[in-house]
Structures are given as structure tokens and as C-alpha cells.
Ligand binder design. Structure first.
Ligand code: ADP
Ligand code: 5GP
Length: 227
């Protein structure tokens, strides 16, 4: 039996359209931690850097964690349609720059979005088939409070604001493709990696390339009339 084009290296490399992995959660459930672990472990994944009007925290770097901008600039971006989605969260504005995402998807790179529920629903409206969405739940409210306090990045008033929004955010869990309960960090991370691996293999994302390969395999089989 003759070898297929794949085996002889004649075929073009199999590639696919990139995907958007959205990770959302009530604040403190662990999505930044999980996002960081995933980005460290996976060099095909790029973090979408949002713009925000929120003041920079001491631990944050402009251009790495967010692009910190004022409200006037935010409004200008929004009015020019340069944000794929935007939302007001805990009194501040946040948005995802559109252009880098559209370029990445077309060239087969994957993007990680750390955004809230309102933003996720907007991205669905424009690009549902490109999105795999994951919602992270804390195992309990005392543990959520404990994590917010342990993080020690927000004052008590801010922590209360975040907790006040948590019930509304949690009520949207059915809007997500996957839901992970972040009790044990290693187990949740393994779940997240499994989701990403499976989403990358989805037929719909690899349709043109798999179609080509399937046609070539079929043609080869017909030519050689294998029993
Ligand atoms: P979010 O981005 O959802 O607001 P973070 O990732 O900042 O939350 O996590 C909040 C705090 O909880 C951090 O101090 C983080 O180290 C801790 N944390 C995250 N996941 C777990 C877990 N599974 N078990 C214990 N602590 C965790
Ligand atoms: P933080 O102020 O803790 O960095 O983020 C607060 C919330 O805003 C988090 O739920 C985070 O996911 C969300 N967020 C961050 N960037 C964006 C964005 O570009 N769009 C939307 N919709 N939410 C965002």
C-alpha cells in the first residue's frame, strides 16, 4: 500500500482557525491564578490585554496586565468601534481591543480573555463559534471571602463591592460552555487544560484542513483499491 500525503510530507501542515478561551468568575474565585498557570504552560495562547479606567494596583504593570487609560480615551475607543466588547465592572470601565483578536484568530493563534459575564455575552453576539467559555465557581462563600482577603490587593470596601456583585455573576453560570469548581487548584487547572485541548481539536475549527486530508485519503484508497 502506498503512503498517504501526510506520511510522505507532501501535504500542507494541518492548521486551524484560532479560538477565544473566555475564563470568567466572581472576583476571588481564582481565574487570574488559573489564567496565569495556563499562559505559562501553553505557548500557543496569548492573553488579551484589556483597556481599563480602573486605577493601577501596586503589583500591576501598564501594558502587561491592562492598558490603563482615562475615561475620555475609553469613550473614544468605544465610539470608534475599536472594542470587541466592554463593560462597567465595580464602577470602572473595561474593554477588549478588537484588532489584535481578529488578526490572531485568522492566523490560527488562540486568545485568552479574562472578562466578566456582561463582556462574555457581547463576544457571543459577534463571534459565538470562535468562543469556548469557562466559568469558575468558588467551592463556598467563606472560602471566596478568605481568598479575597488573602490576596490582600483590595481594601475592605472594594472587597464588599466585589462580594455584592458575586450573586449576580454566579446566576449566569448556565451561559457558559463549561463550569469548574475551583476547590483544588491543580485539579481545576488540569480540567482547564483538558477543555482547551479538546476545543482545539473540534471539527468545526479544522474543517477546511480535515476536509482536504479526508479527500486525499479517500482518493488514495480509491486509486489503490485496498481490500
Ligand atoms: P480572581 O482572578 O478570580 O479574582 P485570583 O486568581 O486572584 O482570583 O485568586 C484569589 C486568591 O485565591 C489568590 O490569592 C489565589 O492565590 C487564591 N486561590 C486561587 N485558587 C485557589 C485554590 N484553588 N485554592 C486556594 N487558593 C486559591
Ligand atoms: P479586576 O479589576 O479585578 O482586574 O477585574 C474586575 C473584573 O473585570 C473581572 O471580573 C475581570 O474579568 C473583568 N474584566 C477585565 N477586563 C475586562 C474586559 O476587557 N471586559 C470585560 N467585560 N470585563 C473585564
Amino acid at each position: 500500500m502506498s503512503s498517504t500525503p501526510q506520511m510522505t510530507g507532501e501535504a500542507k501542515p494541518l492548521c486551524r482557525r484560532g479560538l477565544i478561551l473566555v475564563i470568567a468568575s466572581p472576583s476571588g474565585a481564582g481565574k487570574s491564578t488559573l489564567s496565569r498557570l495556563l499562559l505559562q504552560a501553553d505557548d500557543q495562547l496569548t492573553l488579551s490585554i484589556s483597556v481599563t479606567t480602573r486605577p493601577r494596583r501596586a503589583s500591576e504593570v501598564d501594558g502587561m496586565h491592562y492598558h490603563f487609560i482615562d475615561k475620555r480615551r475609553f469613550e473614544a475607543l468605544r465610539e470608534r468601534g475599536e472594542l470587541l466588547e466592554w463593560a462597567q465592572v465595580h464602577g470602572n470601565f473595561y474593554g477588549t481591543p478588537r484588532e489584535p483578536v481578529e488578526t490572531a484568530l485568522a492566523t490560527g493563534r488562540d486568545y485568552l480573555f479574562d472578562i466578566d459575564v456582561q463582556g462574555t455575552l457581547q463576544v457571543y453576539q459577534e463571534m459565538r463559534s470562535d468562543v469556548a467559555s469557562v466559568f469558575i465557581l468558588p467551592p463556598s462563600i467563606p472560602e471566596l471571602v478568605e481568598r479575597l482577603r488573602r490576596r490582600a490587593e483590595d481594601d475592605e470596601i472594594t472587597i464588599r463591592k466585589r462580594l455584592a456583585s458575586a450573586a449576580d455573576e454566579i446566576s449566569h453560570w448556565r451561559d457558559f460552555d463549561y463550569v469548574l469548581v475551583n476547590d483544588d487548584l491543580n485539579r481545576t487547572f488540569a480540567g482547564l487544560q483538558a477543555i482547551l485541548a479538546a476545543e482545539r481539536l473540534k471539527r468545526s475549527r479544522r474543517e477546511p484542513m480535515i476536509g482536504l486530508l479526508a479527500d486525499e485519503l479517500t482518493a488514495e484508497l480509491k486509486k489503490n483499491k485496498v481490500d
